[in-house]
Write a protein that binds this ligand. Structure first.
Ligand code: SF4
Length: 220
């Protein structure tokens, strides 16, 4: 995995646990997460460790308005590791039942729906997701659709919980996307789906305050 973050508030409804897979061969031009491309990067996340983190997350707020209401899996490309994705979603499902929490499981993938359908391992891996966001990032098709980077990307609920939670957002276009900025150990991470120009604006704003980047994940 590339990183685990709690809470994530900009990739799916409510406060969430976020897990980013490491490794993506799709190389979408304009990808803001080039640091997740190298499959030999990142760190190992065992199912046991993930389960412990998810259990803690589910106990956070225990369902109150500030509680964790779901899991978002992103990348990198989760479908490059279909077995690991399937195991992670199965563990998340088991733990949410144990905790008695209707926490939804959302997966981002750059694969197109037809590619998923043609691949039994990918199809099986996504069987545990309540909702998926599919499709390559296409910089030439900017969008205001919530949680998506380009107009072609589709949000598809796959379960009753997914439909209940995501139906209001299928065509929702907020005025501005929500972005989270986290600073840890000399690194600044932007979480969410910025619109064209947002990252440049953040960079210029920080430069005006004396903060400059040695390298960024959104430039080759
Ligand atoms: S946008 Fe997503 S699918 Fe495309 S290269 Fe970046 S991480 Fe991979």
């Amino acid at each position: 995995m590339s990183q685990v973050v709690r809470p994530v508030t900009s990739l799916g409804p409510g406060r969430r646990l976020g897990v980013w897979f490491q490794g993506c061969p799709l190389a979408c031009p304009g990808c803001m997460s080039r640091h997740t491309w190298d499959p030999s990067g990142g760190a190992e996340l065992t199912v046991e460790r993930f389960t412990a983190l998810w259990r803690e997350a589910l106990a956070d707020g225990t369902g109150g308005s500030d509680g964790i209401v779901g899991l978002t899996v992103s990348g990198g490309e989760p479908l490059e590791q279909p077995q690991a994705l399937a195991e992670l979603l199965a563990a998340a499902d088991e733990e949410r039942h144990r905790a008695g929490r209707a926490a939804d499981l959302l997966v981002y993938t750059g694969w197109e729906p037809a590619e998923i359908e043609a691949d039994p391992a990918a199809t099986a891996a996504l069987a545990g997701a309540d909702a998926v966001i599919t499709g390559r990032y296409r910089a030439g098709q900017p969008t205001a659709l919530i949680w998506r980077g380009s107009e072609n990307q589709r949000l598809t609920p796959r379960t009753a919980l997914g439909r209940e939670r995501y139906a209001p957002y299928l065509d929702h276009r907020p005025e501005r996307p929500e972005l989270q900025v986290r600073v840890t150990a000399g690194e600044l991470r932007v979480i969410g789906v910025p619109r064209p120009g947002d990252l440049g604006r953040i960079e210029r704003d920080l430069a005006g305050r004396g903060v400059t980047f040695r390298e960024t994940s959104w430039r080759p």
